[in-house]
Each structure stands twice: as structure tokens, then as C-alpha cells.
Ligand binder design. Sequence first.
Ligand code: AMP
Ligand code: MG
Length: 530
Amino acid sequence: MTLQSLNFDNRFLHQLPVDPLQGIGRRQVVGACASRIKPTAVAAPKLMAHAQEVADLLNLSPQDCASPEFTQAFVGNKLLDAMDPYACCYGGHQFGNWAGQLGDGRAINLGEIINQQGQRWALQLKGAGQTPYSRSADGLAVLRSSVREFLCSEAMHHLGVPTTRALSLILTGEKVLRDMLYDGHPEYEQGAVVCRVAPSFTRFGSFQIHASRGDTKVLQQLMDYTITTDFPHLGTPSKAVYIEWFNEVVERTAQMIVEWMRVGFVHGVMNTDNMSILGLTIDYGPYGWLEPFDPNWTPNTTDAEHRRYRFGQQPQIAHWNLVQLAEALVAVIGEVEPLQAIINDYPRLYQQGWQTMIATKLGLQAYGGEQDLALFNDLHQSLQVIETDMTLFFRCLANYNFSPEQAKAASDAQLVDIISAAYYQPRTESSDQDMAAWLRRYNERLAQDTHSHSVRQQRMNQVNPLYVMRNYLAQLAIDEADQGDFDKVHELLEVMRQPYTEQIGKEEYAQKRPDWARERVGCSMLSCSS
Ligand code: AMP
Ligand code: MG
């Protein structure tokens, strides 16, 4: 297999209306789903890393990926013959307000391929130059945000969270001006391009834009295209199929959020243009990983005041976003009630997924109703009594092996010792009292199950990761990459391929956030500037 034999079918452009205008001229693109646009050539591209598992999805060998043609193609310098690049038109609600046309301002799709297994994969460059949707921005991306997207999307995949993938991470050899903290101190940073890979990059906002313009014809075309291409099991589009499809989008979205809550991921910018119609995690910007368990935490400095996109509110925001999508689809479906019924069922659906998920995190055989719910909610309180690392807490808890009798006889301190490695702050008598009380209740609950400790431990360690893409770890890799050393990027990519398995010699990647990272930009807070 060589690069030139990638089997592009480019169905998106062939089946959907395309903007008749060419070039990057800023414009409102009406009556079309995409605009043809070529990536901007760059001076001196250099491959930093690639993910071979993603290359495998495209049937590309390690040799293919090491070739100069690979770097040239996936930085956007030299298009393969069958590539027909384009930027998509979409709109979106940003921070709760309708923002009108947004679109791929710095994403350029190279086309869609069909691999040897018959799977469809869309290839998309992020940071490859201006498009008609760039508005006043440059269409570029910097090294730090590109490293973060590359590593995190792959880490999420291996954690079992639905996500877009990343094929390659390439330096452009050009400088990009960014005012990282928006405080009047712009600096030049290295530019980079990530090639993202997903079955489709269509967003809620891709439908909203046509609905907002009253363009039901194009809206319906996009709905039909999406159903036949990405949801073929639903059959030929009809009113009933549209409703079933919306129901599936709601289910997938709920499941994605359950997975975020399981691993402690905070997206940071859940605008409707950043919501994938396939229920994939998409657009890694100022995301973050929960270290001390705190439902109010948001990594995004732009969101610091209202915390709309804080960890604990992600389920409700997804619900709100689904309502916006439903409102867009009504124009074609013509009936509010069936959509309303599906929307109304989301809280129950999410809650059910969440309960099952927490039960598995705690090693319970099944969710056992009201009593368990109280146990879960009280744990969330106890985790906030003193700063507790979410990831390490659940790994420690898997080691907890007291019988109810032993737990009764043991001192508070003896019980809490098991999980003390997860604490960021010194324990106190009262914090021990609180956690020990919870652990004794947990004990009572475990006694109702039949699993042995070792079975429970094994099951818990399959859903509670040891390695997550901690904010400070990504930052350390970025600092080194900025100096031309990509080893840490490669190592993190490798470690995160097996996040549930203890890896000898990789202990440094399973540590609590160090003190120096507490207030450092990039480690505890991130801006949208990227
Ligand atoms: P985001 O908040 O990153 O999802 O971006 C919101 C919108 O701004 C999308 O339409 C992006 O394509 C666009 N955008 C963000 N950064 C840039 C940039 N540097 N150049 C052009 N468009 C951008
Ligand atoms: Mg976006």
C-alpha cells in the first residue's frame, strides 16, 4: 500500500451542495454544506509523531508514514491525486448564545477514504491555513494545542471513550503569533498541523446553520446524507427514521458524557459546534483532566466566571445542546412531540448510564437502587472534604480488602490508609472519620455481592484507569517538543495505549499532579487561544 493508493471516494462533496465560489474570501455560505479550499503550503514541515494504529485504519504501513510524501501530504503541502479538500459550513451556540455561521475556520478536510475493511474515514487537517470560514483569524494552530489534541484524542480512544482520532502531528516550520492569555502579550510560537481521522466530522451546528436560515432543503439533504452514510442500519430516511436517528444521537451523546464522567475528562468548550453527530469527543481545545475531584472545576479560563462547562454540569449541557439540535431538525420532521418525548427522556437515560458506570467503578456487581445512589452521592461529598485525586482514588479503592467485621474493628486511620496516596492535603482526624464512615458503608454494600476481592479488583481496574493524560504531563511533553525533543510525546502516546495496565518503569506517569503544576498555565488552566 502506498499513499497514492488510498481509496478516496469523497462522497461528502459528491452528494451535498457545495459553495460555487472559490478561494478564502470571507463570506456567508448559503445553500451549501462545504467550500472547496486548498491547504496553505508551509516552509519546512517536520513529522513529530504519528499513531500507527490510526495509520493501520487507513492501511498505511510504518514505512508509508516514515516517507517524505506522508509528511508533505498530511501537512497539506502536496495533495495526493485523489484528494479534493474542503471546509465545512456550520453554525453554533457558543456559551449559550447563537453565534451564526462559524464553519471550519482552520480545519480542511482532505476527503474520505474507504479502507480495505470497507470502513469510511474522513481525514482532516487542523491548522492548515485560512478558509472562507476563518473570519478574522489566521487558520493556523500552534505546537502546544496540537500536541494536546494529538495525545489526548489517542488517549481517550484507548480509555474506551468515543472520540475522533489523530493520525499525525507535524511541525510546519513557521511561526504563529498568539496572545496566549489574552492579556496584551502576543508571542511567536511554532506552528503545527494535526491530521484528525473520524467517520465524519459533522456537528450539531452543521444542521443548525441551515435551520437558522430557513433552508429546509439543504437541512434535509444533510440529514439524509448523514443517515445513509453514518447510520445505514436505520434504513431509508423517512419521518420515522429521522425520529429514530435523533433518538440514537441522544443515546450516543449520553453515553459519551457518561464516559467523560467515568474518566474525569472536562471538554471545556461544549458549544453546539463542538458536538459531534456521531457522539464522538471532538475539538480538543482547553480541555482538562480532573485531578482533585471537584465537580465545579473548569480548565477553560474563558469560562472561569460562569463555569458553564464545568465537570459536573457536562450532562446538563449535553441535554441543552440536544434541545438545540432538536429545534433545528423540527423544520424537516414537522412534528415537535416525538422529539420532545426523546428529549424529556434524556435525564433518565443519562442517569441510568451514570448509575451503572459508578457501580462498575466501585466494583459492584450491579446497580442496586436508591441505597446505592445515596452511597454514590455521599462518596462525591467525601471526595471533596480534602483534595483527593480522582484517578488514584479509584485505583487505591480496588485494593480495599476488609471484611465488614475487620472494618468494624479497624481504626478510622487504618481504613483510610488504603486510599491516602490519593490525597493532595494532609489528612485530619475529621477527614479520616468522614472517609472511614463511608468505607464502612461500602463494606456493608460489598457484602451483598458474591464476587471475591480479587475478581472485584480486576473488574475495577478495567474501568478505572491508572494513566490519564494529566494536564501537567501534556505540558511537560510540550515544553520538550518546543525544544525539538519529541521523546516524551512518543512515550506518552505509548503509555496511554494501555491506560488500565500497570506498566513497569512508567510510574512517573501515574503520579498525582506535582505542586509546581498547581497554578501553572497549561497545567491547571488553559485559554482558548491555540
Ligand atoms: P473553537 O472554539 O476552537 O471550536 O472554534 C470556534 C470557531 O472558531 C470555529 O469555527 C473555528 O474553526 C474557528 N477558529 C478557531 N481558531 C481559529 C483560527 N486560528 N483561525 C481560524 N478560525 C479559527
Ligand atoms: Mg470547534
